[in-house]
Design a protein around this ligand. Structure first.
Ligand code: ADP
Ligand code: ZN
Length: 556
């Protein structure tokens, strides 16, 4: 190893950290390294820039032998190897872009144990000669970067990643104490399970999810009408975040991004906002590379204050002072939304995120998903998966619990929950005593407790619809079969519409009080928090959905 063990034989994590020039661990880093070292395997989920690389680089210089890092991007490998060299750590990468002599010389070095880290692309694992070389080496740790690329459900599936499972199996048969670390920034629970299965990481493998909290973001979602209504809301948000429009923005005046669903809309909105006095431009993949570079540069240098863009605008944004990200319509998933809105407030100062949506988004998205790609119909299973990801986002938008916590719960980042961030639209309306809701606090609490008692009755037997039918007092053969139509809870909320009760229970899911067991036929149960709310040990901090009556009234 590059760093000798301490006198008592334990590994010197602090000395290793100093090698990288860092003064202290970031939250979670030490825990991740220690878990990996003691448990031999770990799935680490943290956002981009969160410092995941250190979790394998640090053990690599503490352990004897050469750590193998599997990574999909040659450009990234190159950068990482360079920064390791700057810290005095011997490392290299193998890529098809290198000429034969260089490759052979690096592989010879590997055989002689000259490197502490070697980065490779997954396809190299299929080369017989390379596999033979690995067999002769001492490999204490295999790290898989961007592990979500192994998931066919994920947004970035790479067939080459399928090889990794077979390779790990062979490596572990050959050297059973090889440690395995899988890293990713974007895995939702479904994708995480798939990573675990495909990498053959046992059920004992720990998962650490952290770093997703962005407490300085003030998130909100609002149902919006047509173009006029959306423009009005965009304008209101821009002036709230940036003040009055100006063609000559101050260097520290902040900036904003307006994400639009179509190229045409980015151009229309950029024109409208420019006419309204903003230093604004459009950005989308239909512009020439030169035009795109110009817009990005003008945004970076502060000459542009607002960019109306499609989701092509993302890479290379290096402004920390984005004060607002507005979505004209919902993107495809919570992950996509959070990545886009996450470009706001990188400097840690307060920043706003507003997502507009409407009932029309659903049929629109559905049609988009079913569209032929290159004249071929998309795989129905993939369509359904993407559709359910989209519905999660819509449920989040409609959901009546803290925006911030609902997102962390979605990612499974439980340690960072705030139990109410205090400044999202839901938290604010709760602080005002329910705000827009037609139910006061006591009514809300009573309805929620009754609804949760229905779930407690269903406990692990059936899904959400059975719980809805139970509290609504609706005939349901499942309830009759199990005698649940005779219990006191049957019909406790019969005065309410069953469709409305379904929305109420969906909000209880979003609030983390009701959970589903995984599997083909999901069944519901109460979480510990749900039990506490049902027993009135915890308040029901939630905004109930509006009833149809109210919706009709407000529309007329
Ligand atoms: P990720 O792989 O999670 O996207 P990286 O590992 O590339 O993130 O780290 C992002 C940046 O944070 C890098 O520049 C890295 O040097 C820096 N970094 C990581 N850990 C620390 C630390 N403990 N102290 C200071 N900087 C750190
Ligand atoms: Zn909140």
């Amino acid at each position: 190893p590059l760093i000798a063990p301490k006198a008592d034989g334990s590994l010197d994590l602090d000395a290793a950290l100093a090698t990288f020039g860092h003064e202290s661990f970031r939250p979670g880093q030490r825990e991740a390294v220690e878990t990996l070292l003691s448990a031999n395997s770990l799935l680490l989920v943290a956002p981009t820039g969160g410092g995941k690389s250190l979790t394998y680089q640090l053990p690599a210089i503490l352990l004897p032998g050469t750590t193998l890092v599997i990574s999909p991007l040659i450009a990234l490998m190159h950068d990482q190897v360079q920064s390791l060299h700057r810290c005095g750590i011997p490392a290299t990468f193998l890529a098809s872009t290198l000429d034969g002599d260089e490759l052979r010389s690096r592989m010879r070095g590997m055989g002689q144990g000259a490197y502490k880290l070697v980065y490779v692309a997954p396809e190299r694992l299929t080369f017989g000669g390379f596999r033979g070389l690995l067999q002769r080496m001492r490999i204490p740790l295999v790290a898989i970067d961007e592990a979500h690329c192994i998931s066919e459900w994920g947004h970035d599936f790479r067939p080459e990643y399928m090889q990794i499972g077979e390779f790990l199996g062979a490596q572990l048969r050959h050297a059973p104490d090889t440690r395995v670390l899988a890293c990713t920034a974007t895995a939702t629970p479904v994708v995480r399970d798939e990573i675990m299965a495909k990498l053959a990481l046992g059920p004992k493998t720990k998962q650490i999810v952290r770093g997703f909290a962005r407490p300085n973001l003030r998130l909100s979602a609002a149902e919006a009408g047509g173009t006029r209504d959306r423009q009005r809301r965009v304008d209101a948000m821009l002036s709230q975040a940036l003040g009055a429009p100006t063609k000559r923005p101050e260097p520290d005046g902040g900036s904003a991004i307006l994400y639009c669903p179509t190229r045409k809309l980015t151009e229309q909105e950029a024109e409208r906002l420019s006419e309204a006095g903003w230093a604004c431009a459009a950005y989308h993949a239909g512009l020439s590379p030169e035009q795109r570079r110009t817009v990005l540069r003008a945004f970076s240098t502060g000459a542009l204050q607002v960019v109306a863009a499609t989701n092509a605008f993302g890479m290379g944004i290096d402004r920390g002072d984005v004060r607002a990200v507005v979505h004209w319509g919902p993107p495809g998933s919570i992950e996509a939304y959070y990545q886009e809105v996450g470009r706001a407030g990188r400097d840690g100062e307060p920043a706003w995120g507003l997502m507009l949506h409407s009932g029309q988004d659903l049929p629109l998205r559905r049609r988009l998903l079913e569209l032929d790609i290159d004249g071929r119909q998309p795989d129905p299973q993939v369509v359904e998966h993407k559709w359910s990801m989209f519905l999660e986002l819509i449920r989040w938008a409609e959901g009546g619990s803290c925006r911030h916590d609902a997102i962390l719960r979605y990612f499974g980042d439980e340690d960072e929950l705030l139990q109410g961030c205090g400044h999202c639209d839901v938290c604010e309306s709760l602080a005002e005593g329910g705000g827009e809701s037609e139910f006061d606090e006591d009514e809300t609490t009573l309805i929620i407790r009754k609804a949760l008692s229905g779930v407690a009755r269903i406990h692990r037997r059936y899904g959400l619809s059975a719980a809805v039918n139970l509290v609504a007092g609706v005939d349901d053969p499942r309830l009759q079969r199990s005698g649940l139509d005779k219990v006191k809870t049957f019909g406790v909320l019969a005065e309410h519409d069953a469709r409305w009760l379904k929305k109420v229970l969906q909000r209880c899911v979003a609030a983390g009080w009701v959970e589903y067991t995984p599997g083909d036929r999901p069944v519901v149960l109460l979480s510990d928090n749900g039990k506490a709310v049902m027993h009135a040990k915890q308040p029901a901090r939630i905004v109930l959905p509006s009833t149809e009556l109210k919706e009709k009234r407000s529309r007329s």
